[in-house]
Ligand binder design. Structure first.
Ligand code: NDP
Length: 312
């Protein structure tokens, strides 16, 4: 197996990873980045970003990530396709396997692997995934133009995606398990004032119907236990995310949900020379700008660690 020595290895390519790369490259740490399963991260599956400072007219998620990448490469970051599959953080040289074919020996590692969409966990959801069931309205909404669809969830993501779908689809059923929405007041207002969104409160999805495609959804009222069939051809799930930290289990301290624990006010993990930034260590803020900020912290922490160890 090929072994490569790297001074600063960055795993993941969302706002945290690219910001770490920009800082690490400008500090001459010669960063190597592996982009992971979803190059550009979660912002590549959103449309408009209106709350990132510096874009007074807003921008688009995929374009923003292209800009981040270009800026990281401008200062010499080696951006590569590939997925980290295994680690060994026993010694001062941190070993990371890429696609099970390459072994990286890194002085410092910045983990910025982000988080992935959660699913309801019912059988029909997985069986019809990609055949009418989707966790990304922005990616797949287009296929359901002029049709009726359903979306599950009550957070900002679900609210944002419901209004997005409402522009494309005839009708959007929003299935909410409680009698209130977690989404911000502004987003709730937008949802409740969109005429072709019907919010169904206190409802649970029993089954997504269909064989080779979605032909409906069976939901039940949690309070009255009454079932209702929704005639939909698309079913979207927007119920939050899980941190992508599985390969670090047993090496890096994490909470019960798998979010990496960092020393407050820093990006330091329990392993010297291994730092974490972005959504993989943040279950509270989870914004592009906070992820970027924590990526900057990780690069500065890595730089100081290397300087203290006298590694050049
Ligand atoms: P959240 O964790 O905020 O919300 C998840 C939603 O899914 C909750 O309403 C939850 O219900 C519901 N849910 C969870 N599990 C199930 C289930 N099994 N069945 C039915 N419903 C379920 O996730 P989001 O992805 O919406 O948002 C993540 C973070 O990103 C938040 O901090 C949010 O504010 C932020 N965000 C900001 C945006 C913006 O500023 N433009 C856009 C999108 C996200 P319950 O409420 O009952 O727990």
């Amino acid at each position: 197996m090929e072994i490569e020595k790297v001074n600063c290895l960055i795993i993941g390519s969302g706002p945290a990873g690219y910001t770490a790369a920009i800082y690490a490259a400008r500090a001459d740490l010669k960063p190597v980045m592996y982009q992971g399963l979803q190059p550009g991260g979660q912002l590549t599956i959103t449309t408009e970003v209106e709350n990132y400072p510096g874009y007074p007219k807003g921008t688009h998620g995929p374009q923003m990530m292209e800009d981040f990448k270009a800026q990281a490469e401008r200062f010499g970051t080696d951006v590569r396709f590939g997925i980290a599959t295994k680690v060994d953080f026993t010694g001062p040289i941190h070993k990371v396997w890429i696609d099970d074919t390459k072994e990286i020996h890194a002085n410092t590692v910045i983990i910025s692997t982000g988080a992935s969409a959660k699913w309801l966990g019912i059988e029909s959801e997985q069986r019809l995934n990609g055949f009418g069931v989707s966790a990304c309205a922005v990616c797949d909404g287009f296929f359901f133009r002029g049709q009726d669809v359903a979306i599950v969830g009550a957070g900002d993501t679900a609210a944002e995606e419901a209004t997005y779908l409402a522009k494309l689809c005839k009708k959007v059923y929003m299935i909410i398990r409680r009698d209130e929405m977690r989404a911000s007041k502004a987003m709730q207002h937008r949802v409740l004032n969109t005429p072709n969104i019907e919010v169904i409160w206190n409802a649970e999805t029993k089954e997504i119907l269909g064989e080779n495609g979605v032909s409906g959804a069976l939901i039940t009222d949690i309070k009255t236990k009454q079932d209702r069939k929704l005639d939909v051809t698309g079913f979207f799930v927007a119920i939050g995310h899980t941190p992508n930290s599985q390969i670090f289990k047993g090496w890096i301290n994490m909470d019960e949900q798998g979010y990496i624990i960092t020393t407050p006010g820093t990006s330091k993990t329990n392993v010297e020379g291994v730092f974490a930034s972005g959504d993989v260590q943040d279950k509270i803020y989870r914004q592009a700008v906070t992820a970027a900020g924590s990526g900057c912290m990780a690069a500065l922490d890595a730089e100081r660690y290397l300087a203290a160890k006298g590694i050049h």
